[in-house]
Design a binder for this molecule. Structure first.
Ligand code: ADP
Ligand code: ADP
Length: 227
């Protein structure tokens, strides 16, 4: 994956009353190729907002967001997203959910089949390929969301508290699974969590944010290799 530069970004939400909320105050972050970067901080510090900016779902009030040197301009398939709330298509099977972006990009059927099967295998979903989301547990749904995001071969994977709604046992197994597929597929990742233990387990580099308005408090480069 490419590298991400967040340069001097400020984000102000303007309310209809005219009052404004400073959500992010001058944040700069550099995420090198294929690095697993984690943003951690208390609720309301602007973590989701920062991810939305990178996703192109919102625009910074000031500053720049660049992917491989090119300014982000609106949403695009080059950024894969995984949210806490699954956001699968309920009317599609597991296989069809993972295949969705490939079909949209008119990838030929044979290649789609190969790619989808690979990601279903990598995420432990092969036996569930014909199931519908409502038949799955939270952990399994999040596997589908990860497989769907990766199948599009995005330049960067953006994850917003993806395991926040899972019980602790499922969360632990999903963290392991994520590291495994990340190592397999070499991706730049920006992962948001309020859980410092999760940040330390997953991140090569951890950005600690302060409570609102979100500022960068600390940058930690994790010196310990993963088990
Ligand atoms: P976090 O993800 O760290 O919990 P958010 O990015 O969701 O933080 O929110 C950062 C701050 O911006 C919070 O104070 C939140 O209430 C505020 N905020 C988020 N979205 C909006 C919005 N659309 N309009 C106004 N304020 C918002
Ligand atoms: P999280 O803490 O997981 O980011 P929140 O409950 O803070 O979730 O926010 C959920 C949604 O509501 C987000 O889309 C956010 O942008 C929006 N939001 C949060 N705070 C505000 C606010 N003060 N005004 C308007 N929208 C908000």
């Amino acid at each position: 994956g490419p590298h991400l530069s967040i340069k001097d970004v400020r984000l102000e939400y303007k309310a209809r009353t005219g009052k404004s909320v400073l959500a992010i105050d001058r944040i700069s972050i550099e995420v090198p190729d294929n690095e697993f970067a984690v943003i951690v901080g208390p609720s309301g510090c602007g973590k989701s907002s920062l991810l939305y900016l990178v996703a192109g779902l919102a625009e910074p009030t000031e500053g720049h967001i660049l992917l491989d040197g090119t300014e982000v301009n609106g949403p695009g398939a080059d950024r894969g997203m995984v949210f806490q709330s699954y956001t699968l298509f309920p009317w599609l099977t597991v296989r069809e959910n993972v295949e969705f972006g490939l079909k949209r990009r008119k990838v030929p059927a044979e290649e789609r089949e190969r790619i989808v099967s690979q990601y279903l295998n990598d995420t432990g979903l092969a036996a569930f390929h014909d199931a519908y989301p409502k038949q799955l547990s939270g952990g399994m749904m999040q596997r589908v969301a990860i497989a769907r995001a990766l199948a599009n071969d995005p330049r960067i994977l953006l994850m917003d508290e993806p395991f926040g709604a899972l019980d602790s046992q499922t969360r632990t197994s999903m963290q392991k699974l994520l590291l495994k597929v990340w190592e397999q597929h070499q991706k730049t990742v920006l992962f948001v969590t309020h859980d410092i233990d999760e940040a330390i387990l997953l991140g090569d580099r951890i950005y600690v944010m302060t409570a609102r308005p979100g500022r960068l408090k600390e940058e930690i480069v994790v010196p310990i290799p993963r088990p």
